[in-house]
Ligand binder design. Structure first.
Ligand code: F6R
Length: 242
C-alpha cells in the first residue's frame, strides 16, 4: 500500500490523473476500471484537459465502470452511464464500443452480472481500477458485510443510500432505484493496480479505519491493504488522521 499526500482536491486530482496518464502512455490499450461520485470528477477534468492539449490519447483504451442502478435506462440523468458521459466520455476519444457500464436496463440480474463478468474477462482483466470510498468503507456498491469473493452481483441499496439519493429524484423516495449492479470485491482485487482518491475531512475517519485497522468485510475497503499494488491519493483533510 502506498499513500500519496496531496495538498487539496485539485492537487489530488492532478496526481491521480498523472498515474492514470502514465498507465495509458505505458499501455495505450489499457483497460481502465472507472468510478462515479464526486471524488474522481476532478481527475476526469484533468485528463480531459491533457487530452485537449494532445498529451494523452484514449483511442485504444477500454473502460469498465464499477456499478450502475438496476432499472434506470442509460438516458436517465441519474444513471452512471449518463454521469460518465457527461463528466468524461463525451469530452475524450474513448471509442463508444469500448465503453462498458453494467446494463441497468436488463431486469434479469443474473444475466446482466454474468455478461459483465464475461466482458471483464474478454478484456483481459483490469489494468488500473480507480475507486472512491464511501463513509462506511464501501467500494463500488459493496456495502459493509459484503463478501470478499464475489464477482459482479446485484445488491439492495441500504435505507441510508436511498434516503441520501432521493434529492436527485425530485425528493420522491419511490423514484429512487432499490437495487444496483456492482463489480464485486473479488474483481476489484484482481485489478493489476488499484488507485483510490479520497478528499475532505469527512473521509478522514474511514480512511484511518480502512487502512490502519483490521481487514474485515465490515469495512469493505480494508481488503485493499492486501492488494499488491494499491495506491491511495488523498488530500490533507482526508489523510489528517493517518
Ligand atoms: C462510484 C461508487 C461509490 C463511490 C463512493 C464515494 O461508482 O461506486 O463507491 O466511489 O460512494 O463517493 P464520493 O466520491 O461521491 O464520495
Amino acid at each position: 500500500m502506498k499513500i500519496i499526500r496531496a495538498k487539496d482536491y485539485k492537487d489530488m486530482s492532478r496526481k491521480a490523473a498523472n498515474i492514470i496518464s502514465a498507465q495509458v502512455i505505458m499501455k495505450p490499450n489499457a483497460v481502465l476500471g472507472l468510478a462515479t461520485g464526486s471524488s474522481p470528477v476532478g481527475t476526469y477534468a484533468q485528463l480531459i484537459d491533457w487530452y485537449n492539449k494532445g498529451d494523452i490519447d484514449f483511442s485504444e483504451v477500454t473502460t469498465i465502470n464499477l456499478d450502475e442502478y438496476r432499472g434506470l435506462p442509460r438516458e436517465h440523468d441519474q444513471s452512471y452511464w449518463y454521469f460518465m458521459h457527461k463528466n468524461f466520455f463525451d469530452s475524450v476519444n474513448v471509442q463508444p464500443d469500448r465503453i462498458h457500464v453494467p446494463n441497468g436496463s436488463n431486469p434479469d440480474a443474473a444475466e446482466a452480472c454474468r455478461e459483465y463478468d464475461a466482458i471483464i474477462q474478454r478484456a483481459g482483466g483490469i489494468d488500473l481500477q480507480l475507486l472512491g470510498i464511501g463513509h462506511d468503507g464501501h467500494i463500488g456498491f459493496n456495502e459493509p458485510g459484503a463478501a470478499f469473493e464475489l464477482g459482479t452481483h446485484c445488491v439492495d441499496l441500504t435505507k441510508e443510500t436511498i434516503e441520501a439519493n432521493k434529492r436527485f429524484f425530485n425528493n420522491d423516495e419511490s423514484l429512487v432505484p432499490r437495487q444496483a449492479y456492482t463489480m464485486g470485491i473479488k474483481t476489484i482485487m484482481q485489478a493489476r493496480k488499484v488507485l483510490m482518491v479520497a478528499s475532505g475531512a469527512d473521509k478522514a475517519e474511514i480512511i484511518k479505519k480502512a487502512f490502519f485497522g483490521p481487514v474485515t468485510p465490515e469495512v469493505p475497503a480494508s481488503i485493499l491493504q492486501m492488494h499488491p499494488d494499491f495506491v491511495l491519493v488523498g488530500d490533507q483533510a482526508a489523510l489528517s488522521l493517518v
